[in-house]
Design a protein around this ligand. Structure first.
Ligand SMILES: Cc1cc2nc3c(=O)[nH]c(=O)nc-3n(C[C@H](O)[C@H](O)[C@H](O)COP(=O)(O)OP(=O)(O)OC[C@H]3O[C@@H](n4cnc5c(N)ncnc54)[C@H](O)[C@@H]3O)c2cc1C
Length: 388
């Protein structure tokens, strides 16, 4: 049986980052992945992911985001690929909403450069947008987007170059700890041993971490690419040189997020509901997007961007793995010290990919990390099953 320092289960966003970091530190790493690098069956596809630092989810994420930004730049240099684009980001909401007030609080607490704009100022600056009259916005010039498929491919390339053994098209069936204190992993093609295990299976976490009974919800989400009406607002106003990424929620409607035109006029304008999904089994996802789904998100998106329209350029499904408090699950496995876990990224994990790779590598090597990960404790109260 082949033996390694560390086996990583799932070479997607977080697992690929972990393989890259561990291999770069000279560890003997095996990464096992069901699909191919940059595949579209999990959570890391669809061309773009928002990156931002004025983090309304909790200011405690900001130090990690700073490190992640630096990590993306390092990955660009190591891989020779262009991954990140800073086009600015705007977070629009009611004055007391998390989207606006939470973003501003995080920016103020951490001294992040930002501007506060009224609805009138938003309309003047970004002519595609028509927020509610009483809405307020935080504009952050350092926000933008990252390319998920290219990132996953880049980190796999860099990991392999540093000596990681990455096996694609090989699915892990089970893992166990051995009496000697190591781990054993069984796949559909073989059996491997290692001193340490990192489990980063995205939407398959309930299957591979079943004994923990984590209250994870796997949901089918959709992103849609629409066409702007260039008769009303010139095409240049939708372009990434002029148009920011955005998150908006006003007057109790559903929170939406969106991007500028990132791939030319034929590529469309991508957006989606941030938090409206349907429970699914990752092995049996309904990948067909219905016209009613396009209609619902377009009607909502037009409340902010009235000149968005049809045709729908494309629409794709993607998976969220959601915890009850929407914070991640990252730490040592509560029952096995030789196992670390990273899952439950709750639809907002991609912007953390490089720093999560460092954290999970630290945990595998040393059992601890200098990064602040208290919010993600696998044993926190929010993750305990409700008393039955
Ligand atoms: C619609 C949508 C929009 C999003 N927008 C944003 C955004 O704008 N900004 C942001 O920061 N985040 C965003 N996210 C969230 C972000 O993409 C995810 O949080 C992140 O990709 C999760 O990474 P992961 O490594 O947990 O999962 P994945 O990247 O899916 O990786 C898990 C990998 O494990 C593999 N695997 C699973 N089981 C096994 C097994 N048994 N054997 C071998 N391999 C296995 C899978 O095939 C997969 O490749 C979005 C997600 C979606 C779906």
């Amino acid at each position: 049986m082949e033996s390694y320092d560390v086996v990583v289960v799932g070479v997607g966003s977080m697992g690929g980052a972990t393989c890259r970091t561990l291999a770069g530190r000279g560890m003997r790493v095996l990464g096992l992945e069901t699909f191919t690098p940059g595949h579209d069956q999990g959570s890391a596809h669809g061309g773009t992911r928002i990156i931002r630092q004025s983090y309304f989810e909790d200011p405690a994420y900001v130090p990690l985001l700073r490190r992640a930004y630096a990590g993306f730049r390092e990955l660009e240099e190591e891989s020779g690929r262009s991954l990140v684009r800073t086009c600015g980001g705007i977070y629009i909401g009611d004055p007391s909403s998390p989207t606006f007030a939470g973003s501003r609080a995080a920016a103020v607490e951490h001294g992040l450069a930002h501007e506060v704009l009224t609805a009138v100022e938003v309309r003047e600056r970004f002519p595609t947008m028509d927020p509610a009259d009483d809405a307020m916005a935080v504009y952050e010039a350092e926000a933008g987007y990252v390319r998920p498929e290219e990132t996953v491919v880049a980190q796999a390339e860099v990991a392999a170059r540093s000596g990681a053994d990455l096996r694609f098209g090989e699915r892990v069936r089970s893992w166990s700890v051995t009496p000697g204190g190591g781990v054993e992993v069984v796949t559909d093609q073989g059996r491997y041993g290692a001193d340490r295990l990192v489990v980063t299976p995205g939407a398959w976490a309930p299957q591979l971490l079943g004994s923990l009974r984590l209250p994870l919800r796997v949901e089918r989400m959709v992103f849609h690419w629409f066409t702007p009406d260039t008769g009303a607002v010139p095409l240049v106003a939708w372009d990434q040189d002029r148009h920011p990424v955005y998150v908006e929620q006003t007057h109790g409607n559903e929170q939406i997020y969106g991007f500028p035109m990132t791939d030319g006029p034929s590529g469309g304008f991508k957006l989606g509901f941030f938090r409206v999904g349907t429970p699914t089994d990752p092995d049996a996802v309904d990948r067909v997007v219905r016209e009613e789904e396009n209609d619902a998100v377009l009607a909502r998106a037009r409340q902010l961007s009235p000149h968005l329209g049809r045709p729908v350029v494309q629409a794709k499904t993607c998976l969220y793995t959601i915890t009850p408090d929407e914070h991640f699950v990252v730490g040592r496995h509560p029952e096995h010290e030789q196992v670390s876990i990273g899952c439950g990224f709750s639809g907002h994990g991609f912007k953390f990919v490089p720093v999560m790779g460092e954290i999970l590598a630290d945990l595998a090597q040393h059992g601890t990390t200098p990064h602040p990960i208290g919010l993600f404790d696998p044993t926190r109260a929010a993750l305990r099953p409700a008393p039955g």
